[in-house]
Design a binder for this molecule. Structure first.
Ligand code: PMP
Length: 443
């Protein structure tokens, strides 16, 4: 992966066609005019999702129902839910699909204020601000938090929204080796002296940006070590919990809860609602002063239409279910289920001889394919057997580090997972990606 903060490129099913089209557009862009007609490629269109996390894909030629191992629907809320859905419908009737206004221009409903309180309370911070899109939360808020004269030290595998936010801020950007606290410390030492007071530094601010779970690696952040280093060098910690909030931790409160980090030591907590909560939008949670500052200065708050009320209601309801405030134990069951499912699937894949990246408890598990030529074969063969898997290759990864990225959900049943394992095992043999000897099966 290029070290110049390249970030991840889009990924999709039917990747071979995606790459052909992308290449076509790149070539056309170079020549400044069309040089041939576009290739006849297809993209999968999801016709509908069902409660069991299956999805129906419509291609140009046929419609098929697939087991969905590709979506971030970690807790299974991205489907109709007995607690959330009636409340979402109610809010749609009451407030409509859009406020058609920015937050400060009449786009703040009672649902918006409730959501911000609910999120702050859930993540363990005094206050929170929400936006209509997770990507924008990073890309629009980072430039408000830090600017020229500031120093951003970013993990080399941070998401593209962070990369764009960092670039847009005008701050000096340095990159540290992925999830390597010792290298972070080295980079910090190159830029400031240990113990130097904030006021005597050549930098207005120093912000270290990391993710809770890295979406292409499935790894948990080395947060305790990183927080300790940031304290030592008086740098702010910015934590993107897009993939960890709701998905890990005893009560779903993310990596701080899982790894025993005090949320008071993480200055800026960012997350998205598009994964565990089955909705859309993003948040920043922090001190009351920080959030107040953002509410008065952030363009995404001042000039963008506020998050859709039904989407906001979905998040509030999902959090209530997670916390058991709906009066049931479904939230706790979902959390137990995603952990069990993830750990079961990861260990079964490893027993079969696949090289699987990431840590225990992480619902994200990349299976290494390495050779980019194996990308289309793997994706097509899985899809033929009605298992939809996301495949990632260059430029999202270095050329020879192609992988299939499995996302596990609490909505997957053991039967679903066993079926998926059977298919992946068969396809793995066919494509030749079992790099380790398989463990003999217990009788
Ligand atoms: N941060 C990270 C780490 C992500 O992986 C993503 C997208 N998956 C985003 C931010 C952007 O979030 P959204 O898709 O909700 O806009």
């Amino acid at each position: 992966r290029p070290r110049n903060l390249q970030g991840y490129a889009p990924i999709c099913l039917g990747l071979e066609d995606f790459y052909i089209r992308r290449l076509y557009h790149r070539i056309q862009d170079c020549f400044g005019r069309p040089i041939c007609s576009p290739p006849d490629a297809w993209f999968d269109v999801v016709e509908r999702v069902s409660n069991d996390n299956n999805k129906t894909l419509k291609r140009t030629t046929k419609v098929s129902r697939c087991l969905n191992l590709g979506s971030y629907n970690y807790l299974g809320f991205a489907a109709s839910d007995e607690y959330c859905t009636p409340r979402v419908i109610e809010s749609l009737k009451k407030f409509s699909a859009s406020t058609c206004s920015a937050r400060v221009d009449g786009g703040t409903t009672s649902i918006h204020t409730e959501l911000e309180e609910c999120v702050a309370n859930f993540v363990g911070k005094p206050a929170a601000i929400v936006t209509g899109m997770g990507y924008v939360t990073n890309s629009a808020i980072l430039p408000v938090l830090i600017g020229k004269g500031g120093l951003i030290i970013s993990d080399s595998l941070n998401h593209n929204s962070i990369v764009n936010g960092a670039r847009g801020s005008g701050a000096t950007i340095r990159v540290f080796q992925h999830n390597t606290p010792s290298h972070l410390e080295k980079v910090l030492r190159e830029h400031i002296a240990e113990g130097q007071p904030r006021t005597h530094r050549p930098w207005k601010k120093i912000v270290v940006i990391v993710e809770g779970i890295y979406s292409m690696e499935g790894e948990l952040c080395q947060l305790p070590e990183i927080v300790a280093i940031c304290k030592k060098y008086k740098a702010y910690v910015y934590l993107d919990e897009a993939h960890s909030i709701g998905a890990v931790g005893k009560t779903g409160r993310g990596v701080c809860e899982l790894l025993g980090v005090d949320t008071a030591d993480v200055d800026i907590m960012m997350g998205t609602f598009t994964k565990s909560f089955g909705s859309c939008g993003g948040y920043i949670a922090g001190s009351k002063e920080l959030i107040e500052f953002l509410k008065y200065t952030c363009p995404a708050h001042l000039y963008a239409t506020s998050i859709s009320p039904p989407a906001a209601q979905q998040i509030i309801s999902a959090i209530k279910v997670i916390l058991g405030e709906d009066g049931s134990s479904r939230g706790a069951q979902k959390l137990a289920r995603i952990r069990e499912n993830s750990n079961f699937f990861r260990s079964e894949l490893q027993k079969m001889g696949f090289e699987v990246l990431g840590d225990n408890d992480s619902p994200v598990m990349p299976i290494m394919l390495y050779n980019p030529a194996k990308i289309p074969a793997f994706s097509r063969e899985c899809l033929k057997q009605n298992v939809a898997v996301v495949i990632v290759g260059f430029p999202a990864t270095p050329l020879l580090l192609a992988r299939a990225r499995i996302c596990i959900s609490a909505a997957h049943s053991r039967e679903d997972l066993n079926k998926a394992l059977e298919v992946i095992s068969r396809v793995g043999d066919l494509v030749g990606i079992k790099y380790f000897p398989a463990e003999p099966k217990k009788q």
